[in-house]
Design a protein around this ligand. Sequence first.
Ligand SMILES: CC(C)(COP(=O)(O)OP(=O)(O)OC[C@H]1O[C@@H](n2cnc3c(N)ncnc32)[C@H](O)[C@@H]1OP(=O)(O)O)[C@@H](O)C(=O)NCCC(=O)NCCS
Length: 170
Amino acid sequence: MIKITKYSELDSNTKTILKNYIDTEFGHIPIVNKTKWASPDYTLIFYHNNKIATFYNIVQRAITINDETYKVAGINNVITPKEYRGKGYASKLLKETETYIFNDLKCDYGVLLCADTLIPFYKKLGWYAIDCPVYFKQPNGKQLWKANTMLLANKNKVKPKLIDLKGLPW
Ligand SMILES: CC(C)(COP(=O)(O)OP(=O)(O)OC[C@H]1O[C@@H](n2cnc3c(N)ncnc32)[C@H](O)[C@@H]1OP(=O)(O)O)[C@@H](O)C(=O)NCCC(=O)NCCS
């Protein structure tokens, strides 16, 4: 069962469980700790036998791509707890919630900031890697994203020359 909840309406127990998974996966990475991240707007969870088997968050944002404004779903903290990995759950959740991103939230693109190793995983799901400067906000000013950015297009596969996330990264 897939459950989509506004992050602000997520019960505190679920929030704590997700936070523990996030801290375990990414809490030890220096750049993750040094960066100020956006708060999620939605949490999407796939439950297997009433247990959280995979999840991710969406930050909804108007960003600019080549100086044009687009509504996007910023995807973050895609995590499958260790005991559920390799069963296709993350792929299933990402695939089955595309309609939510494009039809319900009416986003033009999904935007993912990710590590090199995961590019093939997302490519299989229809995402494409882009190669252009991506800027985001931090308390001390604008910064350039140094890792990868991938897009999932609803209709047109844009080839960006410049992206501004117009806020904190996700
Ligand atoms: C990445 C992750 C969400 C995949 O979840 P999952 O439910 O096991 O995913 P699926 O079963 O749908 O697909 C597994 C695929 O992911 C690939 N994969 C998982 N982790 C990977 C990694 N670190 N590097 C490269 N590939 C990876 C597997 O090789 C597998 O590929 P295959 O389908 O060609 O065999 C899970 O491994 C995880 O939580 N990792 C730690 C957190 C993380 O890095 N999240 C991504 C943030 S962008």
